[in-house]
Write a protein that binds this ligand. Structure first.
Ligand SMILES: Cc1cc2nc3c(=O)[nH]c(=O)nc-3n(C[C@H](O)[C@H](O)[C@H](O)COP(=O)(O)OP(=O)(O)OC[C@H]3O[C@@H](n4cnc5c(N)ncnc54)[C@H](O)[C@@H]3O)c2cc1C
Length: 415
């Protein structure tokens, strides 16, 4: 029967980074997943390591935008009507977190994690032989109207306060950076410090390979079987029952399925999102991810093609795909960039695991000895994975945490 110090449950980018940080400190670790490493949510993101993030995407304060969303005319957000009663309490808390003073508080409490996002990935990539997946070209946000660009003023003021590089560009200057774009926008902001990943799956696999090379074990198993078998945590795996002194829950959008039966109920919801790859026409190239801010989609250059990712969809996590937003933005994306044929027959669907205050939980599980939580990274699971791994492992091993973990404590929802 395998026995380890720590079982990490969920081998997305977050769990894999946590497991790698643990094994680097000499802890014996098994990383358990019911599927393949990095093949769930962490497969399909836009690949942006957004250390520059200031404000989270917030509940719209503009009635016109809200009405457009309600009428399903905005590609930024979609919803399943029958799901609204179920998601209403979460949306109400999300709306409360969109007040200007709360957004500023979020920007400040999240800053220590975002500030470490890029450097922590660079360090892990260097040792995992994965530096070739990192592109140090920033990312470009485009604005089709003066109004949408003007709405970025506060964000850029706070960025200046935090010392985060960003350069407002007129259309010509943006086209000089990305000559294959068509001039359908009026303004741009280049967030120079952001780094992007050309293949998020390969990155997670590289971290997992490094973990294994340092003595970590990767096992197939279902976290639903997790239970306390004093003094251990036990989970059933293909290699037999695995006993661990401690366990870390890194199941992303699936964490509530396992935590709620154990008595831990935290307000996680999912914001679903889609992607599809397209071959570029002719010689068209993108050197960095590009956001069409007015329409909520990203074009991200990936090894598989140009990845078109959508805004958010409020729907049950496991409901069948309804990729209306992809259909809505595709003509807009084609107007901006010469997208050719689709690579896959069907779009990919993923679920961003989100708490209403847009902060992850990185803490002990309330009331359960030896169980730790690292999930709910919303729009920034790739961005924050490596920094999260460092922080939780410093907490678990009694080292001094590189930042105050209190804002990420699960207990904040009990207040
Ligand atoms: C369209 C889209 C674009 C995005 N763009 C970005 C971006 O540019 N930058 C960024 O930082 N973030 C982005 N994100 C968010 C990011 O992808 C997620 O926050 C991140 O992938 C979450 O990682 P995770 O490891 O927590 O979850 P996951 O990757 O979902 O990993 C959870 C793991 O748990 C496993 N699991 C589930 N249930 C069980 C079980 N019962 N037993 C065992 N294993 C189980 C799953 O198989 C999975 O491997 C985007 C998301 C979407 C949808």
């Amino acid at each position: 029967m395998p026995r380890v110090d720590v079982a990490v449950l969920g081998a997305g980018i977050v769990g894999t980074a946590v497991a790698l940080h643990l094994v680097k400190r000499g802890v014996s670790v098994a990383l358990v997943d019911r599927g393949g490493v990095g093949e769930a949510t962490s497969y399909g993101n836009a690949g942006i390591i957004e250390g520059n993030t200031i404000f989270p995407p917030a509940f719209p304060s503009d009635w016109n935008e809200l009405i457009r969303i309600a009428l399903k005319r905005s590609p930024v957000a979609n919803y399943h009507l029958a799901f609204l009663p179920q998601i209403a309490p979460w949306l109400s808390a999300f709306r409360a977190a969109a007040r200007p003073e709360r957004l500023l508080e979020t920007a400040r409490t999240m800053r220590p994690l975002f500030a470490r996002a890029v450097s922590e990935h660079e360090a892990l990539c260097a040792e995992a032989g994965a530096a070739q997946y990192l592109r140090h070209a920033g990312w470009l946000k485009l604005y089709r109207s003066d109004r949408s660009f003007a709405a970025t003023t506060r964000e850029r003021e706070v960025a200046a306060e935090f010392g985060i590089a960003n350069v407002p560009l007129d259309r010509d200057a943006a086209l000089a950076l990305e000559p294959s774009l068509n001039p359908v926008f009026r303004h741009a902001v280049h967030w120079q410090g952001a780094v992007s990943v050309s293949n998020p799956l390969a990155l997670t696999r590289a971290y997992a390979a490094r973990f294994a090379a340092l003595g970590g074990t990767i096992l197939s198993g279902d976290a639903h079987t997790l239970h306390r078998l004093h003094p251990h945590w036990r989970v059933e795996t293909a290699a037999g029952p695995l006993d661990a002194d401690e366990a870390v829950m890194t199941l992303g959008p699936w964490a509530p399925d396992v935590l709620e039966p154990l008595g831990v109920k935290l307000p996680l919801a999912v914001k679903r999102g889609y992607h599809r790859h397209f071959r570029p026409h002719g010689n068209a190239v993108l050197d960095r991810p590009v956001l069409d801010a007015d329409n909520g989609y990203v074009l991200a250059p990936m090894e598989q093609g140009i990845r078109l990712t959508t805004g958010v969809e409020f729907a049950p996590r496991d409901a069948p795909p309804t990729p209306a937003q992809l259909a809505h933005v595709l003509p807009l994306a084609r107007e901006l960039f010469a997208l050719g044929a689709a690579v896959e027959a069907q779009p990919w669907l993923g679920a961003r695991p989100c708490f209403p205050d847009s902060r992850p939980v990185i803490s002990r599980a309330p009331g359960l000895n030896g169980l730790w939580l690292a999930y709910g990274h919303a729009h920034w699971g790739l961005t924050l994975a490596a920094a999260t791994g460092r922080l939780i492992v410093e907490m678990m091993t009694g080292a001094t945490p590189f930042c105050d973990p209190a804002p990420y404590d699960a207990g904040r929802f009990a207040k």
